[in-house]
Design a protein around this ligand. Structure first.
Ligand code: HEC
Length: 117
């Protein structure tokens, strides 16, 4: 095969390889979330958070977060995604500062949160 054809074939086969490593939601959670969310001394428990009313439970939530839940909002995938992308924009006045700006990482974390039951 001529050299150029080999290079084209190589480029095509590399292009067909799916995105390298898929982000690992559990690993990201362990690195970025668990040091606050491990127990309720600093942050609410995230066990069962998917589908739960926002800001409900025994933790001393900010008024902003409690108000969201009192208005009827629950933690759907969309709410979790928006909150994790920019907590202060989703819930102005929240005391959680950690944001996850990378879309793929956020999706992996949300998928992992749904396994915490
Ligand atoms: C520096 C500590 C800290 C870190 C790190 C942190 N959080 Fe939080 N998180 C909080 C606090 C405090 C609250 C309560 C916020 C409020 O009441 O406004 C909270 C609230 C939440 C809630 C709402 C829970 C509920 O029951 O309504 C979710 C979901 C959440 N965090 C997810 C995450 C995820 C996912 C990560 C990792 C990417 C993370 N948090 C990292 C401190 C933290």
């Amino acid at each position: 095969m001529p050299r150029a054809a080999v290079l084209v074939a190589l480029a095509l086969s590399l292009g067909a390889v799916p995105a390298l490593a898929q982000p690992d939601g559990k690993q990201l959670y362990d690195l970025q979330c668990s040091f606050c969310h491990a127990d309720e001394s600093q942050a609410p428990s995230l066990t069962g958070v998917a589908g739960r009313k926002i800001g409900s439970g025994s933790f001393a939530f900010s008024d902003a977060m409690k108000a969201k839940g009192e208005a009827g909002a629950t933690w759907t995938d969309e709410e979790l995604d928006a909150f994790l992308k920019e907590p202060a924009a989703h819930t102005p006045g929240t005391t959680m500062m950690m944001s996850v700006t990378d879309d793929a990482n956020r999706a992996a974390i949300v998928a992992y949160l749904k396994t915490l039951k």
